[in-house]
Design a protein around this ligand. Structure first.
Ligand code: FAD
Length: 265
C-alpha cells in the first residue's frame, strides 16, 4: 500500500460537565468555559497516526471554529499531526450541521490530495453525529460509521470493524472514503516530549477564511443554515429520587407497581 494522506476533522468543544444554557438565546454559554478537543476526535487522530506509522503519509488536522479553536489544533500537532488548518471567519458563525459539513467539505476539496477522512462519531456538545456523514455526502464519498478497528489490506482496500449494539460488522471499502470512529477504537496517546519539542509549532497551522474557500457569505453560517433551534433547556435536576426498600423481589414488585400507577407500563 502506498503512503496515505489522511485528514482528521477536529472539533473544539466546551467541557460538557460545565456547560450552561442561555434560555433566552437558546444557545450554549461558552464564555469562561474551558474547551477541549472532542474526545472521539482524539481517537480519530490516534487512528490516523497509527495508519501513518504503518504505511507512511501525512496527517492533516482540520477544524472550523472561532480563533481559540487554534488551541485544539495545537494539541493535534503535539500529538503528531503534520499540519493543521483552521477555518475561521465571522461568516462561518452560527452554522448548523449541514453548513458546517458543507464548509469543511469545501476545505477538503481545496486540500485535494487525500485518501481517507477520519471524524469522530459524535461531538459531545452538539451530539448529532451528522457532520461526518454529511461531509461524505458533499464529497460523494463512501462512508463507514462507528469504526472500532481499521486495517489497510494488501490491495489497498480499507477494512473497517464496526461496533454495533450487539455484534460487530466488518466492512471493506475502497479509498478515498470517510470513516467515523468511536471511543472504543484505541487509547489516544499523550503528546510525547519529542513532539512537544519538535512538532508543536503553531506556524504549522494555516487559517483559511471564506475568501480562501471562494465561498460567498450567502452560502455560509447562520443565514445559509436550514435548521433553527426552537428551544433548548436544561433538564430539571430538582426532581428528587425515591429509595425503594426491601430485597430484590420486593424492590422489583414495588417498582412495577409504581410504573403501572404512572401508566409507564
Ligand atoms: C441553527 C443552529 C445554529 C448554531 N449556531 C452555532 C453557533 O453560533 N456556534 C456554534 O459553535 N455552534 C452552533 N451550532 C451548532 C453547530 O451547528 C454544531 O456544533 C456543528 O454543526 C457540529 O455539529 P455536532 O456538534 O452535532 O457535531 P457531530 O456531527 O456530532 O460531530 C461529529 C464529528 O464531526 C466533526 N466536526 C463537527 N463539527 C466540526 C467542526 N466545527 N470542525 C471540525 N470538525 C467538526 C468532528 O470530527 C466530530 O467528532 C448551531 C446549530 C444550529 C442548528
Amino acid at each position: 500500500m502506498s503512503a496515505l494522506n489522511i485528514i482528521v476533522t477536529i472539533k473544539q468543544v466546551p467541557d460538557t460537565a460545565e456547560v450552561r444554557i442561555n434560555p433566552k438565546t437558546n444557545s450554549l454559554m461558552r464564555e469562561g468555559v474551558p474547551s477541549i478537543v472532542n474526545p472521539e476526535d482524539r481517537n480519530a487522530l490516534e487512528a490516523a497516526l497509527m495508519l501513518r506509522e504503518a504505511h507512511g503519509g501525512t496527517v492533516t488536522a482540520l477544524s472550523m471554529g472561532p480563533p481559540q479553536a487554534r488551541d485544539a489544533l495545537e494539541e493535534a500537532l503535539c500529538m503528531g499531526a503534520d499540519r493543521a488548518i483552521l477555518l475561521s471567519d465571522r461568516a462561518f458563525a452560527g452554522a448548523d450541521t449541514l453548513i458546517t459539513a458543507f464548509t469543511l467539505s469545501r476545505a477538503i476539496m481545496k486540500i485535494a490530495k487525500y485518501d481517507l477522512i477520519l471524524a469522530g462519531r459524535q461531538a459531545i456538545d452538539g451530539d448529532t453525529a451528522q457532520v461526518g456523514p454529511q461531509i461524505a455526502g458533499f464529497l460523494d464519498l463512501p462512508q463507514v460509521t462507528y469504526a472500532e478497528g481499521l486495517e489497510i489490506q494488501k490491495g489497498g482496500m480499507l477494512v473497517v470493524q464496526r461496533g454495533l449494539e450487539d455484534s460487530n460488522q466488518w466492512v471493506q471499502v475502497k479509498l478515498p472514503a470517510l470513516v467515523t470512529v468511536t471511543g472504543r477504537i484505541n487509547h489516544p496517546r499523550y503528546p510525547s516530549l519529542y513532539h512537544v519539542a519538535d512538532s508543536c509549532d503553531d506556524a504549522k497551522i494555516k487559517t483559511w477564511t471564506a475568501k480562501d474557500l471562494q465561498l460567498p457569505e450567502a452560502m455560509l453560517g447562520l443565514g445559509a443554515s436550514p435548521t433553527t433551534v426552537k428551544k433548548i433547556f436544561e433538564p430539571d435536576r430538582t426532581i428528587k429520587g425515591e429509595m425503594i426498600p426491601g430485597d430484590e423481589r420486593e424492590m422489583a414488585a414495588a417498582l412495577i407497581k409504581k410504573l403501572k400507577e404512572m401508566h409507564v407500563l
